[in-house]
Design a protein around this ligand. Structure first.
Ligand code: ADP
Length: 178
C-alpha cells in the first residue's frame, strides 16, 4: 500500500486519526508546548497512564490510550535537545519517528499524526528536523507498512512552510507538483 505523507497546519489535539504523537520529555509527566496541549485535551487520566509507564529514554516511544482526544491512541516519544548537531541529535530524532511508527505498526494503526518533534523548546532547527522526519517516515513505510496516512502537523504557518518545502525538495523534479 502507498502511504500518503502530508503536512497540515493546526492543533494536533483536534485531529481525528488513529494516533497522535506527543513530543514528550523523559519523565512523561507533562510539560509545555504540544505535550501540555495533549495532556490538557486528553484529561487527567493520561497523567495516570504516563505515571504508570515510568518514563521514556530519548529516541524511544511509548503508547497510551487517547482518553478524551478524538485520536484513539497517543504515542509518546522523546526528541533530542539540540546541542549543535554533533551529539547524536540526527540519529536520535530519526529514532523517534522509527520507534513511533513501530508502535503504530504493532497496534495495526492506519493514520498517525506527528508534531514537529524537538523544534520547540528543544530548539532543533526546523529545516533540519523536517528533512529527518520525512526521510525516516519514507524509509519506514517503504520497508513495510499498513499505514494509509502519516500527517506532519505544524502549529505555526512558518513551520508548515518549512515542512512543506522539505517535502517538495524530497519529492524532487519528477514529483515536483506536490
Ligand atoms: P520539543 O520539546 O520536542 O521541542 P515543543 O512542544 O516545545 O516540543 O515543540 C514541538 C513543536 O510542537 C513546535 O513546533 C511547537 O510549535 C509545536 N506545537 C505546540 N503546540 C502544538 C499543538 N497543539 N499542536 C501541534 N503542534 C504544536
Amino acid at each position: 500500500m502507498t502511504t500518503e505523507l502530508r503536512v497540515v497546519r493546526g492543533d494536533i489535539v483536534t485531529l481525528d486519526v488513529d494516533a497522535v504523537v506527543n513530543a514528550a520529555n523523559t519523565t512523561l509527566l507533562g510539560g509545555r508546548g504540544v505535550d501540555g496541549a495533549i495532556h490538557y485535551a486528553a484529561g487527567p487520566a493520561l497523567m495516570e497512564a504516563c505515571r504508570a509507564i515510568g518514563g521514556c529514554p530519548t529516541g524511544e516511544a511509548r503508547i497510551t490510550p487517547g482518553f478524551n482526544l478524538p485520536a484513539r491512541w497517543i504515542i509518546h516519544t522523546v526528541g533530542p535537545v539540540w546541542k549543535g548537531g554533533d551529539r547524536g541529535e540526527p540519529r536520535l530524532l530519526a529514532a523517534c519517528y522509527e520507534n513511533s511508527l513501530l508502535l503504530a505498526k504493532s497496534h495495526k494503526l492506519r493514520t498517525v499524526a506527528f508534531p514537529a518533534i524537538s523544534t520547540g523548546a528543544y530548539a532543533y532547527p526546523p529545516a533540519l528536523a523536517a528533512g529527518i522526519a520525512i526521510d525516516s517516515i519514507r524509509r519506514f513505510v517503504a520497508a513495510a507498512s499498513d499505514l494509509e496516512q502519516v500527517l506532519l502537523c505544524c502549529y505555526s504557518g512558518e513551520d508548515a512552510s518549512t515542512y512543506k518545502r522539505a517535502l517538495r525538495m524530497e519529492a524532487g523534479g519528477a514529483r515536483g507538483d506536490r
